[in-house]
Structures are given as structure tokens and as C-alpha cells.
Design a protein around this ligand. Structure first.
Ligand code: FES
Length: 342
């Protein structure tokens, strides 16, 4: 079955004030039902001061428990897209979002689920928790670390969930204002004997590193990381093309062909060069955001040849089998490779 288009319009039906700097945007996608899994995200495309910017946001709703699609966005210093959305978008406005992506999803097993959430990192984790509680018998324990009490997101929603599932859900609060930053000892104390748990971690980078390094295993750790939004440069036909590459690196046998809208370019293959890099070398400016394999904004379809992705934290096995590739991570294995952006 063909996938829906990469981007679609969605109406913001209402906006919920979660904290002083956090809002939940309730969305009604224009193409009708939006099929997603708990823990996934979509990427917003906005125009700010003439620049096209992209930023990924996790769903805070869960398909098993919420009839509405919700993303929760926190204001951040220097966060152009987040701050712009919070300051400029009102109920009734339309936004542009991608279809859902992401592999920060529940595994099909009975292991306890531990969630470590730093600040707005609670967003995908509450989605996972709602899904696990509603559709499995798994025990769920969350450690939510926040700067201070007013910063706690979903305090009431989590309290409601605890009241509904008192035997299966525990929420532990850590406030930096009371006890300083979370440390490894606190992580270990929270894990306790659940060393075989599936551990979901989302939050600021140092927080995620701390939990990943402290968790003893053998349970599996899943992380959700989003890079900063990137500026999409206008297409520049004067960029180094196939014949005009300055500082040419060694080439290997073969050709990489990129199809983007009504343009098709071919460049000689270079060892280790990603499709996105080849496209830029050929003078194209395809969409991208994180360039770290997490947002899927750079998705394209591999229509000829084979490729290997260095990192993939966005595409499902099914999408890969259908031929989709993250062009910021995909490096051709075959002499000839062709990718087509949607
Ligand atoms: S730009 Fe984000 S996955 Fe490629």
C-alpha cells in the first residue's frame, strides 16, 4: 500500500497550556486518520523570516487511549521553531507536519518498562506509558526529573494514570531545585532489581548519557534524540556540480543519481559519501534537519541499487523493506544507486 505523502497540512484544533513554557498542540491532519505508534514523532515545517525550518516533536497522545493527535512543545532558549510555534500559532491555524516516524516504540515482550524523563522528555514516554498500560499487562515505572515543581509537565495526567493503574504504574519525581541534578546512584536506586527492564530514556543529552552509562543491564535501553532544527538552504545551481567539484576527493567506480522534484542529477560515487552529501555536491538542496539519523526529514526511496545506513533511529523495518532510506545516513553499496525524494 502506498505511503501517505511526506508532508500534509493539519489544523490546530486547540492548544493546552501544560506549564508556563509548554503547550500541547491538538492536531487534526487534513488527510484524515493519522496512523502512528506510541513513542513516534512528526516533523513540523514552518517558514520563519523567509527561511524554511524543520523540527521534530514527539506525540504525547497514544493511539490506544487518545482520539486526538497531540504533540507537546516546550519553549527553549534559541529554539526558533519551538518558540515560534508557541508564540504564533493559535487554535484554528494550519501547520504542516510529516507522517509519523520513529522507532522509540514498545517492544513485544513482558519486561517491566522503566522510563527516565528529563523535562519535556516525558512527551514520548507518557505516550508509551499510556499505550503499555492500556494494551499490555506490563509494569511501568517512570522517573521524571524536572528543574522545579512549576516545570513538571503532565503532572495531573500522570496522577490520573497512577489512580487508574495503582498496581502497575509508579511515578517518582526528582526536582533539581531540591536535590541537584540526578546522579548515577539515583538511577541505580530507581532501577533496583529491574535490571532486565526495557528502559526508555528521553531528555537533555547529559541526562540521557547519565542514564545510559549507569544502567547495568542486561535490559535494553532505548533513547530518543532530536538534533537542532536546521536551515534549508535555497537550491543553488552554482554549487559544485558533477563536473565542477572543487577539492575533489577520490572517487570509486559507479554513479549516484538523485531525483528531487523535477531535477535529476548524477555524480560520480565517492567512498563513504551519503546520498545527502552526493545531492549537495550535485547542486541540489534536499530537505534535512538533524543529520544524525533521528528525524527522517531526509527520507527518500532507493529505487535502484543497495545502501547501508550508518545510523537509523527513525525508520521501521517495514519502511526499510519498502526501500526507504535516510539520505543523511545512507551510503551506497552498489556501483550504481538512485534515490528519489518524495
Ligand atoms: S536529517 Fe534527520 S534523519 Fe536525516
Amino acid at each position: 500500500m502506498p505511503r501517505p505523502p511526506l508532508f500534509q497540512r493539519a489544523t490546530v484544533t486547540r492548544i493546552i497550556r501544560e506549564t508556563a513554557d509548554t503547550r500541547t498542540f491538538v492536531l487534526a491532519p487534513s488527510s484524515g486518520p493519522f496512523t502512528y505508534r506510541a513513542g513516534q514523532f512528526c516533523t513540523f515545517r514552518v517558514q520563519i523570516d523567509g527561511e524554511e525550518l524543520l523540527r521534530s516533536y514527539s506525540m504525547s497522545s497514544a493511539p490506544e487511549t487518545d482520539t486526538e493527535l497531540m504533540t507537546t512543545i516546550k519553549r527553549v532558549a534559541g529554539g526558533r521553531v519551538s518558540n515560534w510555534l508557541i508564540d504564533n500559532v493559535a487554535a484554528g491555524d494550519e501547520v504542516e507536519i510529516t507522517r509519523p516516524f520513529g522507532v522509540f516504540c514498545l517492544q513485544d515482550n513482558d519486561a517491566p518498562l522503566l522510563g527516565f524523563c528529563g523535562g519535556s522528555g516525558i512527551t514520548p514516554v507518557i505516550s508509551l506509558a499510556k499505550s503499555a498500560l492500556a494494551s499490555t499487562k506490563r509494569e511501568v515505572r517512570l522517573l521524571c526529573a524536572d528543574r522545579d515543581a512549576p516545570s513538571m509537565i503532565f503532572e495531573a495526567a500522570l496522577a490520573d494514570l497512577v489512580a487508574r493503574y495503582p498496581d502497575r504504574l509508579t511515578v517518582v519525581r526528582h526536582l533539581d531545585s531540591d536535590s541537584g541534578y540526578l546522579d548515577a546512584a539515583a538511577v541505580l536506586a530507581f532501577v533496583g532489581t529491574d535490571t532486565d527492564a526495557d528502559v526508555y530514556v528521553c531528555g537533555p543529552e547529559p541526562f540521557m548519557d547519565l542514564v545510559e552509562n549507569a544502567f547495568p543491564g542486561p535490559g535494553k535501553v532505548f533513547t530518543e534524540r532530536f538534533g537542532a532544527a536546521a536551515v534549508i538552504a535555497p537550491e543553488d545551481d552554482s554549487a559544485d556540480g558533477a563536473d565542477g567539484a572543487a577539492n575533489a576527493e577520490p572517487e570509486v567506480e559507479g554513479t549516484v543519481t538523485i531525483i528531487l522534484r523535477n531535477k535529476k542529477i548524477s555524480v560520480p560515487r565517492r567512498p563513504g559519501e551519503t546520498f545527502l552529501e552526493s545531492a549537495r555536491r550535485g547542486g541540489l538542496a534536499p530537505p534535512f534537519s538533524c543529520e544524525s539519523g533521528t528525524c527522517a526529514t531526509c527520507i527518500a526511496k532507493l529505487v535502484e541499487g543497495t545502501a547501508t545506513m550508518r545510523v537509523n533511529e527513525a525508520l521501521t523495518e517495514e519502511e526499510i523493506e519498502e526501500g526507504y532510506v535516510l539520505t543523511c545516513q545512507g551510503v551506497p553499496d552498489s556501483a550504481s544507486a538512485v534515490v528519489r525524494y518524495e
